[in-house]
Design a protein around this ligand. Structure first.
Ligand SMILES: [Zn+2]
Length: 349
């Protein structure tokens, strides 16, 4: 079994990865979405009465990933045993004395509960070392994770903006819904979409230091693989993938499903990402609020490849609907799939 749940996390990410056998199930929680009752309840429902979580990953400090985890930890709603927590906190960045509200709060909670913290990395930063091989970690139950992001440089770049980013995170409660309600209804007609032209829009890299410091990895279990990207910076992620492809002696890394970086932002999805991965299944986690993800340029780049593709979404929104066009899906050979339950996409890999 290798199953990924993209849970209703509004504009953010809350992912539960299940692997193992029915007799010996294992679970990894990756991000907790923004602070939201719906998200918290969805995570708890999937985890059920599990006694243990093999790994908890907080990819980076943005509110749509970290604040839901804070809420779960504060309420003690996570399983009592947590095998390891991967989170690059202030102590894992080059030291300075700036404050970091959410990050420090999370660090405090991890420490107070005596949870293992980056134990797989000897308590140090979860990062791809300069010049060394990509770290490979095998979890109990046999899931192998190959770390692709962040790099030391990306973590160093985060330092000066840490404080600013977490203050931004502190502002989010209530804001998402409010902004979604007042977001302009630029509902696009099918005629407005020209995937070939959109896909050829010159790529510009995401400039957010917090996103650049995202933890991203390839998870592999019994010959199946899943690329989990957080909101990773494209140049960091593709560099990791290039290194992995080289090590394996292949032109592209075989991936059964790819969780789109940064909710399908045009700044995180380059044509190169598709060249470096052999994949036909792409997963989008977002309700489109605030940042209007997925971006049509990113979706166009996704469908512009030569092979037939399957795009799966945990929410159906005004940003996904124009792509339902039968004309476009025939022309570009893609298929759209929505979550059975709004917000909760279950992906068997
Ligand atoms: Zn995000």
């Amino acid at each position: 079994m290798l199953t990924l749940h993209l849970l209703p996390a509004l504009h953010g990410d809350a992912l539960v990865l299940e692997y193992g056998t029915p007799d010996d199930p294992h679970r990894v929680l990756i991000d907790g979405g923004p602070r939201s009752t719906t998200t918290r309840e969805a995570i708890s429902a999937v985890l059920g009465d599990a006694e243990a979580l093999d790994l908890l990953v907080i990819t980076h400090i943005d509110a749509d990933h970290i604040t839901g985890i804070l809420s779960l930890l504060e309420r003690r709603e996570l399983p009592p045993q947590i095998g390891d927590v991967w989170f690059n906190g202030w102590e894992h960045l080059p030291t300075d004395k700036l404050g970091a509200k959410q990050g420090e709060r999370l660090g405090e909670l991890i420490a107070r509960r005596r949870l293992p913290w980056n134990a797989a990395f000897g308590g140090k930063a979860v990062m791809v070392p300069d010049g060394g091989p990509l770290p490979e970690i095998t979890l109990p139950g046999g899931l192998t994770l190959t770390l692709l992001s962040p790099t030391r440089a990306a973590l160093a770049d985060l330092r000066p903006v840490w404080k600013k980013e977490v203050e931004k995170a502190g502002l989010v409660p209530g804001k998402a819904a409010e902004e979604a309600r007042t977001a302009p209804t630029d509902r696009l007609g099918d005629a407005a979409l020209d995937p070939a032209a959109l896909a050829s829009t010159p790529f510009e890299d995401d400039k957010s230091e917090a996103n650049g410091a995202s933890i991203a990895f390839l998870a592999e279990y019994e010959g199946r693989s899943l690329l989990l990207t957080g909101d990773a910076n494209d140049s960091v992620l593709t560099a990791g993938l290039r290194q992995l492809a080289k090590k394996r002696g292949v032109p592209a890394v075989k991936v059964n499903a790819l969780k789109m970086p940064h909710h399908g932002s045009r700044y995180n999805v380059s044509a190169e990402l598709f060249e470096l991965t052999e994949c036909d299944r792409f997963l989008f986690s977002t309700n489109g609020a605030i940042y209007k993800h997925p971006d049509r340029v990113a979706v166009a780049r996704t469908v512009a490849g030569r092979s037939p593709r399957r795009l799966e979404f945990n929410y159906r929104t005004m940003y996904t609907q124009p792509w339902e066009s039968p004309r476009l899906s025939r022309l570009f050979r893609y298929e759209m799939v929505y979550a059975g339950r709004p917000g909760h996409l279950r992906v068997e890999i």
